[in-house]
Ligand binder design. Structure first.
Ligand code: HSE
Length: 379
């Protein structure tokens, strides 16, 4: 295959994750490295983007077209994967399926990709002939990116992570609904005048806001099903039998799969996943139980120096207010790690707060880096 460019079929490039991925691939010059064909579930035959090696969009339901690809890269979502993947395999296609959706993540013969953590494992899987590669859940990837140093050093016994997940994780329409909620709280029901009047009665204002939040006005919440702006929602995804939400369940199973740990070596991870009124970046408050007591300075050094993307934020008010929040990291590949301190719980316990862009390291970046890694290993 020397010097031959791999043929990549890109499905779902218009959605939120797909668009971010497209941008990243453009900035990193990835399209020069591959022959890319753009597929569409609804607009086959229309003009393809400039990076396409074909003039038109190909049909994302056409098996013969998909079978021409060395790699199918999909950000189209789980329904597409369910509809196409096994039939395409049944049709004899042995190419690489690279997916952002969760459908195939926990299948025995799939590999989760997060190369700063598991490059060796990914390479082994490629050599073994594994053909299904999947990006992990956003909070899982962001958590592991934040704790790469201590995880690789084998220091962590368990982690509790309570998340503060942005509206973007629920989709583009939900981001708009959050903004509509914000607008409603300010503008409607005579509140604007009260907000702007420095002498107005705060209890009167609070009462009006409560009418919105308690569903007694037209405050919009069709998509979230509950108020987010001015409130929060401690539930993400569907229920599991053990009382966790699926989002909470994913943390431990996916993290251990990425790390290639078998059941005896599993790191326990659990906590409550919460949707908050941030736009794009997810945050997590961590309680980390170390296997043995470790001085905080060593933990900090291991964490801060793990890789180029960790942005270590000193545990001061100034540094935290300057940087350690979703607004600062949105649109960047940096993972903010701060509020590092000992805890009253005992010498093996460490407190950390971490923030990262859920569309970049949380979704698009591991996929585009897999493409490069696969090319490096096989071409
Ligand atoms: N499940 C995540 C969320 C999206 O709802 O925030 C990122 O995988």
């Amino acid at each position: 295959m020397a010097n031959q460019k791999l043929k990549v079929g890109f499905v779902g490039w218009r959605g939120m994750v797909g668009s971010v991925l497209l941008d990243r691939m453009r900035s990193e010059g990835d399209f020069d490295q591959f022959e890319t064909v753009f597929f569409s579930t609804s607009q086959a035959g229309l003009e393809a983007p400039g990076e396409s090696c074909e003039k038109t969009l190909w049909d994302a339901y056409d098996f013969e077209a998909l079978k021409k690809m060395d790699i199918v890269l999909t950000c189209q979502g789980g329904d597409y994967t369910k509809k196409i993947h096994s039939d395409l395999r049944g049709n004899g296609w042995k190419g690489i399926w690279l997916d952002a959706a969760s459908t195939l993540r926990m299948q025995e013969n799939s590999c989760l990709v997060l190369d700063p953590l598991n490059k060796g494992l990914i390479k082994d899987e490629i050599h073994k002939g594994t053909v299904d590669f999947v990006g992990a859940n956003c909070t899982v990837s962001l958590l592991l990116m934040a704790l790469t140093g201590p995880l690789k050093a084998g220091l962590i016994d368990w982690v509790t992570t309570h998340t503060y997940q942005a509206a973007s994780g629920a989709g583009a329409k939900n981001m708009k609904e959050l903004l509509k909620q914000m607008g409603y709280l300010y503008n409607e029901g005579g509140k604007k005048e009260l907000i702007e009047d420095s002498r107005s009665d705060i209890l009167k204002l609070d009462e009006l806001v409560n009418l919105d939040l308690q569903g007694k006005t037209q405050y919009p919440k069709e998509l979230f099903g509950a108020p987010l702006a001015g409130s929060l929602i401690p539930w993400i995804d569907s229920p599991m039998e053990n009382g966790q939400t699926r989002e909470e369940w994913k943390a431990m199973v996916e993290a251990n799969k990425i790390l290639g740990l078998n059941q005896d070596e599993n790191i326990a991870i659990d906590g409550t996943c919460v949707r908050i009124g941030a736009m794009r970046s997810h945050s997590q408050a961590l309680t980390i139980k170390l296997k043995d007591g470790l001085d905080l300075k060593s933990f900090e050094e291991l964490t801060a120096n793990a890789h180029e993307w960790v942005d270590f934020v000193p545990n001061t008010k100034e540094a935290t207010l300057e940087k350690l929040h979703p607004a600062h990291y949105s649109g960047t590949l940096k993972i903010g790690v701060g509020r590092l301190r000992p805890m009253n719980l005992g010498k093996e316990f460490v407190n950390v707060f971490t923030v990262g862009d859920q569309l970049l390291w949380g979704a698009a970046e591991p996929l585009r880096r897999f493409l490069r890694l696969y090319q490096e290993v096989t071409v």
